[in-house]
Design a protein around this ligand. Structure first.
Ligand SMILES: [Zn+2]
Length: 282
């Protein structure tokens, strides 16, 4: 017999909640994109050498560093962008889009991933909130406008190693089309706060309150807004199910709660089975 990822108990909880009308939301993180070969950049892939100094992503991905050396920060982001550009969505991304189609109006995806894989090659998903930004875009560092600009394709397509410098022509391409100041990557940096305009702060907290069933997938729970999303759902008697091959801050918290469940599995395996459970319930 085929091994089931969701136990009978968890499956019944899911089916019971699907009968209601509250939202079914998904909070996803780096684990979802790991099968597409995107490194998390928190481990050894993250270190970045500038001159004779080594920086961690937590140091290089900051407003502070950008103000000191924007060229170096862009070099690191263009390197990441080139890796994301090579990657393709995996089964997990595709199953999520199928689940969205099964649950119109109830489905919401809250994604911490900046890699753009929810949208390649075509937009796979309609109701998605990118709470940490989107590496496909840049915006004015002087905030002359809140508008986002697509990063010029010739910058995206260029193959880069960690050593590839930014040329003068490329620096020109990275200027704000509106005021000619420098642009910055459209991502939330480690020393910045969430906001509604760029990162949907209030919207996702509101969605979390209306959520009856929240799946937390491939995220370690290390950042502030994901934790608040989970808390908001739990406060209103929503069910939270953590899906992750590894123990993490969310699973440790949820195992102590009666509204919390833990499923140890990869995102693609779990989402495939979940999609079938949802399809059968309709
Ligand atoms: Zn500008």
């Amino acid at each position: 017999m085929e091994k089931k990822i969701f136990s009978e108990e968890i499956k019944n909880v899911i089916l019971e909640k699907l009968k209601g009308e509250r939202k079914v939301s998904f909070l996803v993180g780096a684990g979802l994109s790991a099968e597409s070969g995107i490194p998390t950049f928190r481990g050894k892939h993250g270190f970045w050498t500038s001159g004779s100094k080594n920086y961690t992503p937590q140091e290089i991905g900051t407003k502070r560093m950008f103000d000191i050396n924007s060229n170096e920060v862009w070099r690191w982001f263009l390197y990441r962008i080139s890796i994301c550009n090579e990657a393709k969505p995996n089964l997990g991304h595709i199953e999520l889009s199928k689940i969205e189609q099964l649950l119109p109006f109830r489905f919401h995806l809250i994604s911490q991933n900046v890699d753009g894989l929810h949208f390649e090659p075509e937009s796979l998903i309609n109701t998605v909130y990118l709470i940490h930004g989107d590496l496909r875009f840049m915006r004015c560092s002087e905030e002359c406008t809140k508008q986002l600009f697509k990063i010029p394709q010739e910058l995206v397509d260029k193959k880069r190693t960690r050593e590839t410098p930014i040329t003068f022509e490329e620096t020109e391409l990275l200027k704000c089309p509106n005021c000619n100041s420098e642009t910055r990557p459209h991502v939330l940096w480690f020393d910045e706060l969430y906001n509604e305009y760029h990162y949907h702060l209030d919207t996702v907290l509101r969605i979390a309150k209306k959520t009856g069933l929240l799946f937390v997938i491939g995220t370690s729970g290390a950042t502030n807004l994901p934790q608040r999303v989970v808390r908001n759902t739990l406060k209103r008697q929503g069910i939270v199910i953590d899906i992750n091959p590894n123990e993490n801050l969310f699973s440790k918290k949820l195992e102590k709660l009666k509204n919390g469940y833990i499923v140890k599995a990869t995102s693609s395996d779990a989402l495939t089975e979940l999609r079938k459970i949802i399809a059968q319930s309709l």
